[in-house]
Design a protein around this ligand. Structure first.
Ligand code: PAF
Length: 283
């Protein structure tokens, strides 16, 4: 029977017991409004671990002042039903106050270039907020493994770097992007799309896929690839591009030409939501 806890101390108590009984513990950190992408992480966690903890917390410290913290979609009741169906053991859904006391003042940050580009360039302080909350969640749950989706490609890279640099005793497992049948990468923010924008948004996955095909056919010019994608996106009425970049898939560093494995990553507003997507190309 799944249990939900809002208090750190209550969750710690049950997990201490599980650990004493030799159980391996996994964590799937989420901000709720769960979709098949999250469920795929939960399924992976369920396969390998005795205990699956899902955290549901819309973390205010990773949202900028003009972002969608207030309107970020929430549905704890539905999330709980989905988690129970998937065999989750514990949900952790703390209040903002439980996570950040009034005098809260400690953050985790990095000087690595990894956060300067892509989403880090346009979302000031975003990764600082992510690193801080993930650190807290790791300290609360003390998981053997933690599961993250590759749609947030940069987030996975940042967390892996943090875990390595700070010697966290946790294995980071990154899982495939889950897409709708027509290619749209699943995201809680897709709910903001109107019917028309939902169709427009398909340009993102389609242009990434076509760019990958061009590289696999031999195209090595980075600018040509980026411009090809920008061109396709510009034909869509409600699109405003934040970035389209081709970077080294491992280091997320800039490249001159496509002569190694790359990730093509993009962030584009389609109407209200800012959507991100990416594709890896092994050359
Ligand atoms: O990917 C997310 O949903 C969030 O950034 C995370 C990892 C749960 C931290 O708040």
């Amino acid at each position: 029977m799944m249990q939900s806890f809002a208090k750190i101390s209550d969750l710690r108590k049950v997990l201490k017991n599980e650990r004493m009984n030799g159980k391996s513990i996994s964590l799937v950190p989420t901000m709720g409004f769960l979709h098949e992408g999250h469920m795929s992480l939960i399924k992976e966690a369920r396969k390998k671990n005795d205990i699956v903890v899902v955290s549901i917390f819309v973390n205010p410290t990773q949202f900028g002042p003009n972002e969608d913290l207030e309107t970020y979609p929430r549905d704890l009741e539905k999330d709980s039903i989905l988690c129970e169906k998937e065999g989750v053991d514990y949900i952790f859904n703390p209040t903002v106050n439980e996570m950040y006391l009034d005098d809260y003042a400690t953050f985790v940050d990095t000087t690595s270039n990894i956060t300067n580009r892509l989403c880090g360039a346009s979302r000031d302080g975003h990764f600082r907020g992510v690193m801080s909350v993930v650190t807290k969640l790791f300290n609360i749950v003390n998981p053997d493994r933690a599961y993250f989706g590759r749609k947030d490609y940069q987030q996975v890279a940042v967390i892996k770097k943090m875990v390595n640099d700070l010697s966290f005793n946790v294995e980071i497992v990154d899982c495939e992007i889950v897409r709708e049948e027509d290619g749209l990468a699943l995201s809680s923010r897709n709910t903001y799309l109107t019917k028309e924008q939902r169709i427009d948004a398909l340009v993102l996955s389609r242009s990434l896929k076509e760019a990958k095909e061009e590289i696999l056919k031999g195209e090595r010019n980075k600018e040509k690839i980026v411009n090809g994608i920008l061109d396709k996106i510009s034909k869509v009425t409600y699109s405003i591009v934040d970035y389209v970049e081709v970077l080294d898939a491992k280091t997320l560093e800039d490249i001159e030409e496509i002569n190694r494995d790359v990730v093509i990553a993009l962030a584009v507003n389609i109407g209200k939501p800012r959507l991100i997507d990416n594709i890896i190309v092994e050359v």
